[in-house]
Design a protein around this ligand. Structure first.
Ligand code: AMP
Length: 445
């Protein structure tokens, strides 16, 4: 079953929701949880921060309202102040969310307040004074009320950023960050966006979500990164890739560039050959202590270093202006990592370029990533630097190579004899899980 289709066995009862909520769900007439609901609710109820891609119409609103209400039922509090805050870009959306929240909360004591522009300011100060546990708000008006010191988010349990990509596109980025910093630090944060490949969404997730947050990709809309050109280039081996890399760093126009490898070792190995080309380059990876990392980041920010070679983990949280070239020296292990990598470039008002260097053994993974993104990348060659590998001779409709093993590779490396343990023999012949599992990837991979 695809992670986007309804699981016929999923029930609201299995989501560990209180009877008051189940009763309301029945009254509203929802029979079964939608995929975003059955996948996001348990993670949210476990208290985890989460970045979710889900579009309007997927049932995402209940996916954050149900765990929000459940938390209020589980943890009743006599403390004054807002407990759940939902930020959403438009007045209409805020009204719809408030409507659904009131319907879901019908059999609870939870009070829901709505704060949007265009409504009476005094009346909205009253909403806050009357101490609604749940506030649904648009960022602009809420910022004004925070400015008036009319809000109290010091006991907030949950912050939801709904349609984060739209909020950022509408210029609410500073307001959202400001509001988030007015909330207590222990709060849980859920970030919903139609697309994950949006400049800013990944960065705001890095800034506002706790380390090791979960990413749930329920759709992978390909809008939102029109300003990132995505290309791939085939390569014979790592030496060939290194030549391509040097050429690109010499010939592309960029302020700052990021090169991604899958291992620290490869990141270290690339440093000397690039330095030998008089490129202003440094390495950033998890083995380095924090002081050293900060020093490298400072040099990169100031433009003294223009190129950073990094692994995925080290690049999380990396928020530097002017990164307009991302080179995937190694193809990332899955679609989510790919999105996180390219999310480092392509600001709304700038154009970014992402190039993946692809060996024959990486072709199928690259085509899985393209399928995951519902995109075909532009194939690029460098004249004078073409290798003997030109991509698979024949392609399956999936974009993968016909005949999974590359013959040249197979010739070079005789198949190793693998001893199979007795208890594993019964599994021989059964299909293995595909390595690409983009729907949920823990952020510490
Ligand atoms: P949303 O994506 O949250 O805007 O929801 C889209 C529509 O789906 C709204 O009209 C919801 O009332 C409805 N909806 C949400 N969850 C369910 C469900 N489990 N079953 C049927 N309809 C739902």
């Amino acid at each position: 079953m695809s992670h986007n289709s309804i699981d016929p066995l999923a029930t609201f009862q299995s989501l560990a929701l209180a009877n008051e909520l189940l009763k309301a769900i029945e009254k509203i007439g929802f029979e079964q949880p939608t995929p975003v609901q059955s996948q996001a609710v348990p993670i949210a109820l476990a208290g985890k921060d989460m970045l979710v891609s889900a579009e309007t119409g997927s049932g995402k609103t209940a996916a954050f309202l149900l765990p929000a209400l459940q938390r209020l039922i589980n943890e009743p509090s006599s403390l004054f102040g807002t407990k759940v805050l939902v930020l959403t870009p438009t007045r209409e959306l805020a009204q719809q969310i408030a409507l659904q929240c009131r319907a879901l909360a019908e059999f609870t004591d939870v009070k829901v307040g709505l704060i949007t522009g265009g409504e009476d300011f005094k009346q909205q100060q009253g909403v806050l004074r009357r101490n609604a546990e749940v506030i649904i708000a648009t960022p602009g008006r809420l910022r004004e009320l925070i400015h008036q010191q009319a809000t109290d988010f010091s006991h907030l349990k949950l912050l939801v950023l709904d349609e984060a990509d739209r909020m950022l596109d509408m210029g609410f980025s500073d307001d959202v960050l400001n509001i988030a910093h007015h909330c207590n630090e222990e709060k849980q944060t859920l970030l919903f966006s139609a697309t994950l490949t949006h400049y800013g969404v990944i960065k705001i997730a890095d800034r506002l979500l706790k380390n090791h947050y979960k990413t749930l990709a329920l759709n992978t809309l390909h809008d939102g990164h029109d300003n990132i050109a995505q290309q791939m280039m085939v390569a014979d081996d790592n030496d060939h890739k290194q030549k391509q890399l040097v050429w690109l760093l010499d010939h592309e126009q960029y302020d700052k560039a990021l090169i991604f490898t899958n291992t620290r070792r490869r990141a270290n190995e690339l440093l000397a050959p690039l330095q030998a080309q008089a490129l202003r380059v440094a390495v950033l990876h998890g083995e380095m202590d924090q002081r050293e990392r900060n020093r490298v980041m400072g040099l990169f920010r100031d433009g003294i270093v223009r190129i950073i070679i990094s692994t995925d983990l080290a690049a999380r949280g990396l928020d530097v202006k002017g990164v307009n070239l991302v080179i995937n020296f190694d193809v990332p292990r899955n679609g989510i990592d790919y999105i996180h990598r390219i999310g480092r470039t392509g600001r709304a008002d700038e154009v970014g370029l992402a190039i993946a260097l692809v060996k024959s053994t990486e072709w199928n993974l690259m085509s899985s990533i393209q399928r995951f993104l519902k995109q075909r990348f532009e194939m690029r060659t460098i004249s004078g630097l073409q290798g003997s590998y030109q991509g698979p001779k024949k392609l399956k409709s999936s974009g993968k190579a016909v005949g999974s093993k590359d013959k040249r590779e197979a010739k070079k490396e005789p198949a190793k004899k693998i001893k199979v343990r007795l208890r594993d023999r019964k599994n021989i012949g059964k299909r293995r899980q595909p390595s690409l599992k983009p729907e949920e990837t823990p952020q510490d991979s």
